[in-house]
Ligand binder design. Sequence first.
Ligand code: DX5
Ligand code: ZN
Length: 216
Amino acid sequence: MPIIAPSILSADFGHLQRDVEMINASEAEWFHIDIMDGVFVPNISFGFPVLKSIARHARKPLDVHLMIVQPERYVQAFKDAGAAILTVHYEASTHLHRTVQEIRNAGMKAGVAINPHTSVSVLEDIITDLDLVCVMSVNPGFGGQKFIPGTYAKVEALNNLIARKNATAKIEIDGGVDLENAGALVKAGADVLVAGNTVFSSVDPSATISRLRSAR
Ligand code: DX5
Ligand code: ZN
């Protein structure tokens, strides 16, 4: 069964503790936390005070997705704020190999995210150093966007790369995941499904998490 990582970006920030507790009590395994700087992506989400508040109440690993330029500047700060998994964008990292080592040396799992236009093949020489690859299935910046179908082929290509290199990285899908495509994504080889809008706009978010997890 896939790991479900509800995206806090779609939570009600006026009732953040309530939404965090909902995830604690659900079948979700991770919290997905989107950090946006208004430079790498056209939107600004939230920063350390909010992340630390989430960490105080969350009882599951925080999967932190940095959509920021120069992510290497903040590795230790995100560790201190409670991140268990830290994902940086391939497109934002000039010295990606060094940044990945710094994330691991800081005691976190290391992820790399690739935008829809970025080929899986660019990960050839880094894949064995990664714990996670986040395949963006929308252009990053906003929740509630439409899933890009080309993602399926990327998941298959990534699976092949991981097998060929004997790597252990998990494959995470981020953006537009819903009850329609979740099953097909898992069949294609996805290990982790991020879901914001699908979970938080549903009448029963906890039940939606269960349904995403068992989608076939
Ligand atoms: C998009 C973010 C996603 C977002 C997903 O830039 O990286 O994590 O929260 O939201 P949905 O599931 O609503 O597409
Ligand atoms: Zn994300």
